[in-house]
Design a protein around this ligand. Sequence first.
Ligand SMILES: NC(=O)c1ccc[n+]([C@@H]2O[C@H](COP(=O)([O-])OP(=O)(O)OC[C@H]3O[C@@H](n4cnc5c(N)ncnc54)[C@H](O)[C@@H]3O)[C@@H](O)[C@H]2O)c1
Length: 316
Amino acid sequence: MKVLANDGISKSGIDALEEAGYEVITTTVAQEQLIKYINENDIAVLLVRSATTVRKDLIDACPGLKIIGRGGVGMDNIDVAYAREKGLHVINTPAASSHSVAELVFGHFYGLARFLHHSNREMPLEGDSNFKGLKKAYAKGIELKGKTLGVLGFGRIGQATAKVALGAGMKVVAFDPFLDKARLELEFFDGQKVAFDIETISKEAVLKQADFITLHVPAQKEYVIDEAEFKLMKDGVILANAARGGVVNEVALVKAIESGKVAGAALDVFEKEPRPEIQLLMNASLSLTPHTGAATNEAQDRIGTELASQIVNLLG
Ligand SMILES: NC(=O)c1ccc[n+]([C@@H]2O[C@H](COP(=O)([O-])OP(=O)(O)OC[C@H]3O[C@@H](n4cnc5c(N)ncnc54)[C@H](O)[C@@H]3O)[C@@H](O)[C@H]2O)c1
């Protein structure tokens, strides 16, 4: 049977599929050629990430297709309900990138706590002429250990981030309207395990006591963090959004930075992607990444092997 991985797949995924007897094609076929290619080459499994779209017309025109697979979480680019109605399996890998996103958030937090985002911009410009001045400017860093992390959205990534925080010696408080509590099991290198039971509390209580706040909610109609929420936060709070553009009001964020309410913030996602507002890109209190939360070798490997094992389970 043939698998077309139209937006690429990790080598580990290819190996697992080939071992099970599948032929894996990694050519990127242009969207308008896709139907023809699938039919002419008897493709049984179409794997995509976010670039290729799989709409009704393709589903109707390719009766030989058995599985549509999405490497990653969101399936906005696939007509999932329609495909299932037509008897196709639609699979994804929702858990594969959770820890990678969590580590990116902490990369930002450690950086913001010691002004690395700023220092990395200024050292090339003034590191030789104003070393002492910069040393003074970055003298009031803080440690994460002993601080409180507030997690908004306590699902897969929220919990993975909480585990990193616990490992770093932070207290964790969390808000999730659809979850009362969660058991987090931390695994150490030598096989030891420690479990923490965390009960969620109100959003207001989280905002009031957190030194660091991180968002891990799905896309929403309304902002989760807007002007009213910033008002509740501690002065000097540090915030991260690696969830979705549009869950934090970017204008309110910039205002909260200017007023000193927010000491620094990390953004991996933006209201306007792929062209974030220039006011954000130029803001020296922001630590910025271009939506790279899931972009690690390990996450891509897990995505590939998880897709392969689901395909083998479904088709044999
Ligand atoms: N930065 C990246 O590269 C990257 C990578 C993967 C996923 N994501 C994003 O991360 C987010 C979380 O993903 P996940 O896999 O943890 O999802 P998940 O479904 O496992 O968890 C989301 C949680 O948010 C809760 N929730 C819903 N509305 C809420 C609200 N208004 N306030 C508080 N909690 C709320 C839900 O009950 C759920 O427990 C998604 O938006 C996803 O798109 C980003």
